[in-house]
Design a protein around this ligand. Structure first.
Ligand code: ATP
Ligand code: FE2
Length: 321
């Protein structure tokens, strides 16, 4: 059987079909005309492209066994638009709903794409920055950002220099010609904070390339430090990088070096599965369905603050973690 997955927590409305492998995937990203992502406009976008995106993957409706959707975390209006569509599809197709945690889905598609079994995961996206690992039936959060996500931090800095959204890839390019200046490094226990770093970068009078380089070096070193400590603490030997910021070559390189020094393996999934995508929801939904996890319609309300450690990971219960 197949599972239809719908993702739309933030900027990307994306649908996919997953069977034994990925069968179909279609996405329609929302590109803000100016500035950052506006929640209501993103939801409007999702609603306006829903029919097109869903029909592209709805090729064999009779083989669909469940409709999975990202229940949270994410922007309220976007989540509501996607949940409404998912409920309607589940009723029309006469199949159950599966409510998927967006962060857990990033991790699961990353494991699927890389073949890693039990990694420490650095999940670095726009709104989220967390270091996770499987322990006793849940994805525990070893450390996370106390203020904004790493991607949003980069985007915010870019915006202050009138660079287009998303800023992450542009900063990566500019950083290639930069050299190091000192910026504030903030790791508190196992947690991270980026807003002081962004403010200092914005106020710096150094050349833009130098600020981009140093913003990356500082923010990424903070993430690598917490990942390394989680790796040592949990006694695992794999590091998986997921989330949109995972596309950054310098971040990949820094994690690779840390892993080599520790005798751990490092991997990052191919780009399609890094940022928000429907495949991760369809795949995680399929694994959950196979373990009997479905969501009654009357309990299918969105969960904007849904945390990964709230999910009981029953599909890995044979592993102690
Ligand atoms: P989530 O809901 O999980 O927080 P998201 O909606 O922020 O996800 P993602 O696709 O996971 O979406 O990540 C988008 C972020 O990734 C943006 O902030 C963007 O700037 C950043 N990004 C993309 N490519 C790069 C890159 N090469 N270097 C740094 N950051 C990047
Ligand atoms: Fe995401």
């Amino acid at each position: 059987g197949l599972v239809l997955g719908l993702e739309g927590t933030a900027w990307n409305l994306s649908a996919a079909l997953f069977g034994d492998d990925l069968v179909a995937l279609h996405s329609s990203p929302y590109v803000p005309p100016k500035g950052g992502i506006h929640p209501r406009e993103a939801a409007q976008h999702h609603a306006s492209v829903m029919k097109e995106v869903v029909s592209r993957v709805l090729t064999e409706p009779e083989r669909i066994k469940a409709v999975a959707f990202s229940q949270g975390p994410g922007l309220g209006p976007s989540l509501r638009t996607v949940a409404t569509a998912a409920r309607a599809l589940s009723i029309a197709l006469g199949v159950p709903l599966v409510g998927v945690n967006h962060c857990v889905a990033h991790v699961e598609i990353g494991r699927w794409a890389t073949g890693f079994r039990d990694p420490i995961v650095l999940y670095a996206s726009g709104a989220n920055t967390q270091v996770l690992g499987y322990l006793n039936g849940r994805y525990r959060i070893f450390g996370e950002t106390l203020d904004i996500g790493l991607g949003n931090a980069l985007d915010k800095f870019a915006r202050s220099h009138d660079l287009p959204h998303p800023g992450g890839p542009i900063i990566e390019k500019l950083a290639q010609k930069g050299s190091y200046i000192e910026l504030p490094y903030t790791v508190k226990g196992m947690d991270l904070a980026f807003s002081g770093l962004v403010s200092a970068a914005q106020e710096s009078s150094a050349a833009l390339e130098d600020v981009c380089f140093s913003l990356q070096e500082t923010a990424f070193a903070m993430c690598v430090e917490v990942t390394e400590r989680a790796l040592a603490h949990a006694g695992k030997d794999e590091v998986l990088l997921v989330g949109g910021v995972g596309a950054n070559r310098r971040l990949q390189e820094m994690l690779q070096v840390m892993c080599e020094e520790r005798g751990a393996a490092f991997a990052v999934p191919e780009r399609t599965f890094l940022g928000d995508n429907g495949a991760m929801i369809a795949y995680t939904g399929k694994v959950m369905l196979e373990h009997g996890v479905t969501l009654p319609l009357e309990k299918s309300q969105i969960r904007p603050g849904f945390r990964s450690d709230e999910v009981e990971v029953t599909w890995r219960e044979d592993e102690p973690g």
